[in-house]
Every structure is written in C-alpha cells, then in structure tokens.
Design a protein around this ligand. Structure first.
Ligand code: PLP
Length: 355
C-alpha cells in the first residue's frame, strides 16, 4: 500500500496522474515513442504546452484578461531574480514572512532599493504582519502567499496601486482568490502541481517593458512570452505532469471544490493539535495558519521517540519539520486524501492514550 505522503515538496500527486505519466514515459499519444524522446516542437507536445497554459489561466479565472502563462525552468528561486531583473527599475517593496521571502529580497537588492514594509522575523516567522504601508513610488510590491516552512498563510492581500507580485509556490490552485488583483504570480511546480523542474509564471503583459536595463534572453519574460515558453527546450516531463494535474483538478470540480476539501483536512488536523495536550501549534495566531502546511511541536520532547515510531508504523511519510523550525510539519497539498489526515490524527490520539 502506498504511504500517507505529507512531504513538503516535491509533493504528493494524484494516483491517476502518476498512472498517466508512467504510461506516457513508455508510449506517448500512441506515437510508439516516449514523451521524453520526441521533439518539444512536435504537434503532440505543443498541444501539451498549450493545454497546460490554458488550464492554468482557466483555474485562476484569468483567461482573456491580458495574462500569459509560462512554464519556465530554474525553480521559484530563479523567479526571485527574474522578477527584479524585469520589473525593478529603482525601488521595490517586499513583505518578509519567511525564508523564501528573505531569499527573494536578497536577490532583488542586486537590482535596486528594497523597502521591507514589514517582517515577522522577530517571531521566527510564526505570524503574518498586518497593517503595513506600501509606498506609492515603488515599482512593485512582492509577497509570499504561503510560507511552506513556517506554516503561515496570507488571508488578505493589500489593495495597492503598484503592481502586485506573489510567490504562490505552495498554495497555488488550493483556494479561490481574486487572481486578477495580481500582476505576476509564480510557483515552482513541485509543491502543488507536478514534479520539480518547471515553474509556472502568470504575468499581466502590460507590466513588462518598463525597465531600461538590458535583460539576457533566458531571463527576459518578454522573450519567453514571444516564444510561447519554447525559447529553449522546455522541461517536457514536468510540464506534462503539471498539465495532467491541472486536468485532474478540473475533473474533480476545480479550485473551489479542492478548497473545500483542503479546509476540511486542515480543520481535522488543527482541531486535534488544539485538543491534544501533548501537542502545540507553531503559528502564533490561528487566523494565520496555513491549510497547506501545518507546523506543530510536542509540548514535551520525551514523547518524540514514541511518536516517531507510531507515525512511521502507520505508513506516514514526510512529517519532520524543516530544520529551521524543528518539530513536525504536515503538508496537506491538493492531492492528499482526507483519509491520510485521519490516520495522522488517530496516531496523535494513540500517543495520548499511551502517554
Ligand atoms: C519551495 C519554495 C520555493 C523554492 O522553490 P524552488 O523551485 O526549489 O526554487 C520558493 N518559494 C516558496 C514559497 C516555496 O515553498
């Protein structure tokens, strides 16, 4: 039997997606060739790319609104740099909510002034700062919607006149938002969409072309838009599996249906974290808790050995917290069934009985 996979990334994928992906490795589109040994410019693969792009825009409600969807390489980490390269002329504003935000800020500083509008570093990023002010003279505002490592999620996004840029790597396609408020959204595939190796970038085209610097072709969003994400050989397998996942999401009712399920999973686990006196949540304010990544600790570390044995015996994978936080992290991405969360909750109750 397959494990209950709470891995923070690369993530769990739907069984039907993995089956189709495995089949395509052997024989893709009845070509008697593998997906990974045909030209990316063949009709079969161009169809995949076009479908992946249009499904991404459809799920976000951004079709025919001046947005382009790109599938690039280099991970979300390269977007930290590309965003600034393409958009930062003199000054940009950043909200610092964790490790990934901090890394984005570090890269942006190479291109201009960075105003850190607020930071939750003082609490080891266990909350989302609120009531900050975004200067009106910045080129854009950047935030991270879901902090994968610390388990916090932004529930509200600021109203601002400057372009809104968001790293949605770990909660893209997990909840309904008014995505048209955003001018650039990026997400590494491997948290909620597919295998590592491709990054979805959704850009409102009108925000480009405003910086005066020369931009190398591979780092230039305009070049990738003009070449339909085929300026160079795209990551064919990760793009295909992402397309399958987006298709699967559509079949099960889309983002609003998965949001409902994600909230049920989160409710189930957080209720147990709050009820069970052996455990304590990491996030300071309940309203900042992420339904995607639940971070929690044992109140008394003497139970660690027993707990670790119990969840391993129950077939759970990937529950250890990130090294910068410690404790435990249950990542409950779209494809994780609620039954797996129930198994974890049962293990927590069992530990309580045995303690
Ligand atoms: C994992 C992660 C990243 C880094 O993604 P890579 O694809 O490994 O570069 C960036 N931002 C967030 C929010 C993440 O969860």
């Amino acid at each position: 039997m397959k494990k209950h996979n709470f891995s923070a990334g690369p993530c769990i994928l739907a069984p039907s997606v993995l089956e189709k992906a495995a089949a395509a490795i052997k024989n893709f589109d009845n070509l008697d060739l593998s997906l990974v040994e045909i030209s990316h410019r063949s009709k079969s693969f161009v169809n995949v790319m076009e479908q992946a792009q249009s499904l991404a825009l459809e799920h976000l409600g951004l079709e025919n609104k001046g947005y382009q969807a790109l599938f690039l390489q280099g991970g979300a980490s390269l977007e930290f740099l590309m965003v600034a390269y393409n958009l930062l002329q003199s000054k940009a504003a950043y909200l610092n909510t964790g490790t990934w935000s901090s890394k984005a800020i570090k890269e942006a500083k190479m291109f201009g002034e960075v105003v850190e509008v607020a930071s939750s570093k003082d609490g080891n990023f266990n909350y989302i700062p609120k009531n900050f002010t975004i200067p009106s003279d910045v080129d854009y505002f950047h935030c991270t919607s879901n902090n994968t490592i610390f388990g916090t999620q932004m529930q509200e996004f600021p109203e601002t006149s400057v372009p809104l840029v968001c790293d949605m790597s770990s909660d893209i396609f997990s909840r309904v938002l008014d995505f048209s408020k955003f001018d650039l959204i990026y997400a590494g595939a491997q948290k909620n969409m597919g295998p590592a190796g491709t990054t979805l970038v959704v850009i409102k085209e009108s925000i480009l072309g405003k910086v005066t610097r020369q931009i190398p072709s591979m780092l230039n969003y305009k070049v990738h838009i003009d070449k339909d994400s085929m300026f160079n050989t795209p990551a064919v397998f990760p793009v295909y599996v992402s397309m399958l996942t987006l298709d699967w999401l559509k079949e099960i009712g889309g983002v609003s249906a998965i949001e409902k399920l994600n909230n049920e999973k989160a409710e189930l686990l957080y209720t147990e974290i709050d009820r069970n006196e052996l455990f304590t949540g990491f996030v300071a304010n309940k309203e900042d808790r992420s339904p995607m990544n639940a971070t929690f600790n044992l109140v008394d570390d003497s139970h660690k050995e027993n707990f670790d044995v119990l969840w391993n015996e129950a077939g759970i994978n990937g529950l250890n917290g990130h090294r910068s936080v410690g404790g435990y992290r249950a990542s409950m991405y779209n494809a994780l069934p609620i039954e797996s969360v129930q198994v974890l909750v049962d293990v927590m109750k069992e530990l309580e009985r045995k303690a």
